[in-house]
Design a protein around this ligand. Sequence first.
Ligand code: NAP
Length: 257
Amino acid sequence: MTAATAISGKHALVTGGGSGVGRAIALALAGAGVNVTICGRREAGLAKVTSESDRIHGIAADVTDEAAMASLYETAEKARGAFDIVVANAGKAGSSPAHKTALADWQETLDVNLTGAFLTVKPALAGMAARKSGRIVFIASTAGLKGYAYVAPYVAAKHGVVGLMRALAAETAKSGVTVNAVCPGFVETDMLEESIQRIVEKTGRSADEARASLASTNPQGRFIQPQEVAAAVLWLCGDAAASITGQAISISGGETW
Ligand SMILES: NC(=O)c1ccc[n+]([C@@H]2O[C@H](COP(=O)([O-])OP(=O)(O)OC[C@H]3O[C@@H](n4cnc5c(N)ncnc54)[C@H](OP(=O)(O)O)[C@@H]3O)[C@@H](O)[C@H]2O)c1
């Protein structure tokens, strides 16, 4: 049995599924026969992705809002069954030197990337443990494994996500549930384009120079593609990865390990 047939018919939640990495994960899961619920705050992004596959369904929800996530679970699970797979992908990044970072920016970055990840998976935990099966995957970052300058809240939040993943893996190890994180380096998405624009605005470098400088952090000298992250998530969701839990898997061309 292939990984694809093993997960066919299951139900997955992918937060931030209306763009970038989340869209690629939703399409990969749908391609393997999984029914996928995606969420994000912007209806337009969700609608674009749901139009790409009959198996993908959108619900607008903010991952930092516990009541909105509870309501998403209620609606989606009523329609398509309990979530077998939860992918906490929604995230945001800003940049500024730490001493110039406003408390509001610090708080918002932690809210979306870390608290949002917790609120995304929390409602799934008891049911997965009771059914003795489930897959939880956090989309962290190489920023969850090493430090980068000028993104202190993001680095702190993503290290927190890796810690959350390890705690949940320990807590669920005997239950048949696996909990892992994937840690991409720079991925070619809107988030990367925004980082390039910020470098251009703040340093006066050209977009090409900024692009080359970010790509050079990857020893392979290139950006990761969203589909490469999705392929790792798909594997983690299959039966072949049943013994993989508590891992932070670097998808970075060898930048971290
Ligand atoms: N691109 C990279 O270089 C890179 C590298 C490593 C890790 N990552 C991680 O990969 C994940 C996906 O990022 P991406 O590169 O695909 O960027 P992206 O295209 O900007 O996607 C971010 C997604 O998160 C959603 N989102 C943001 N805040 C949200 C909130 N409060 N509630 C619900 N959804 C929210 C956004 O949708 P709405 O705006 O509609 O809410 C959007 O769909 C993030 O966790 C990011 O940290 C990215």
